[in-house]
Design a protein around this ligand. Structure first.
Ligand code: PLP
Length: 370
């Protein structure tokens, strides 16, 4: 096999891929001086809400602010507990902390998503909400979580930052609870050229609240109704996102095709645990934001792949949230704990070819044959 160089993510590709169209849209928007809360933002919000079949989409500065404003709009605050998986970006727990509530960490299951059985164990009198994190482009099995939320009168706020277009039983990630947060960070499946985010909701009152919160608490008449934030999605980013949303289904299909290739090539390698395959369950439609495996001898495997030209990444720098001791969070999370020594991401993005995936897979097989 001739040697290939496969970066983990190709940041310049996302611009060069459609450079002319992007330049045209950006020039057109900037020539009008349309920078903040202009037509492109409104158009993008409409397109995003119709794509997801929800009533409202509200652009925000980034995914973290989408989470913070979602929690605020869901009236979560001082003294409340919110259950969130430990295997997530620290921003999920930080958002809970910043609204005055306490993040209570839950374990994950074999598919790396939150374990509903463990969530149920962690409910107390103070629990107000569950933040389900739809990690790696997969939507959790929401049935037990919705049932638990109903029984214990808990709200669901979704961190769907990694899961735009992912579905569980035909229903889109982000549409299960009070509100769902999305991120358009460049390496996310719908990435812009900087920071960006959005919240979606079917609740009219929550939507109104979110619009106030993202713009200093100001209503359309300029009157301030409460203290808010400066957290608007830039209009030029909205212009880029509008273009990218047009072809989003193709991008998702491509990722699923790459995942299918990984799955076929690696399913019989006993030293690694693969994420669920794209055709494994009719209940799940995964969009493969990431292709996260568990690997025996992970660090040596990573070094071997790097020497063979393949760059991999370990999410969160290799630490799930309870391992950041300074945050002082609960830490009895056996699956996440054991997984943190084994998890890693293989290259997964639309700049890759099936041959690239075959190359990565063959190098992994070679490593374990030795
Ligand atoms: C990306 C991400 C966020 C935060 O998004 P930003 O846009 O970077 O603020 C939150 N949660 C998860 C799971 C993410 O992957």
């Amino acid at each position: 096999m001739t040697k290939r160089t496969i970066p983990f993510f190709n940041y310049s590709y996302i611009f060069k891929e459609r450079e002319e169209e992007f330049c045209k849209a950006l020039t057109e928007t900037c020539r009008r001086g349309a920078y903040i809360m202009q037509q492109e933002l409104t158009n993008f919000e409409e397109k995003l809400s119709s794509y997801l079949g929800v009533k409202h989409a509200i652009g925000t500065a980034d995914g973290t602010m989408a989470l913070i404003t979602s929690l605020k709009a869901a009236e979560i605050g001082l003294g409340d507990e919110v259950i969130v998986p430990s295997h997530t970006f620290v921003a999920s727990a930080a958002a809970i902390h910043h609204v005055g509530a306490k993040p209570v960490l839950a374990d994950c299951a074999r598919d790396h998503l939150v374990d509903p059985v463990d969530v149920a164990r962690r409910v107390t009198k103070r629990t107000k909400a569950i933040m389900s994190v739809q990690l790696n482009g997969r939507t959790a099995n929401m049935d037990p979580l919705l049932k638990l939320a109903e029984e214990a009168k808990l709200k669901i706020v979704e961190d769907s930052c990694q899961a735009l277009g992912s579905k569980f039983k035909g229903r889109f990630a982000g549409t299960f609870g009070v509100a769902g947060a999305f991120s358009f960070y460049p390496s996310k499946t719908l990435g812009c050229f900087g920071d960006g985010g959005a919240v979606v909701t079917n609740d009219d009152a929550v939507a109104e609240q979110l619009k106030l919160l993202r713009d200093h608490g100001r209503g359309p008449d300029g009157k301030v109704w409460e203290f808010g934030y400066n957290s608007r999605l830039d209009n030029v980013q909205a212009a880029v996102l509008l273009l990218k949303l047009q072809n989003y289904d193709e991008a998702v299909a491509k990722r699923r095709e790459l995942a299918r290739h990984y799955h076929e090539a690696l399913k019989d390698v006993s030293e690694i645990l693969l994420p669920p395959g794209p055709d494994e369950s009719a209940d799940h439609f995964d969009i493969y934001q990431n292709y996260e495996i568990e690997a025996r001898d992970r660090d040596r495997l990573r070094a071997y792949l790097a020497a063979e030209g393949v760059k991999t990444i370990i999410q969160w720098g290799g630490h799930v949230i309870h391992q950041f001791e300074k945050l002082g969070l609960n830490s009895d999370l056996p699956y996440a704990e054991a997984m943190s020594a084994k998890f890693m991401l293989l290259p997964m993005n639309t700049s890759l070819s099936n041959e690239d995936v075959d190359y990565v897979s063959e190098k992994i097989r070679q490593f374990y044959r030795k």
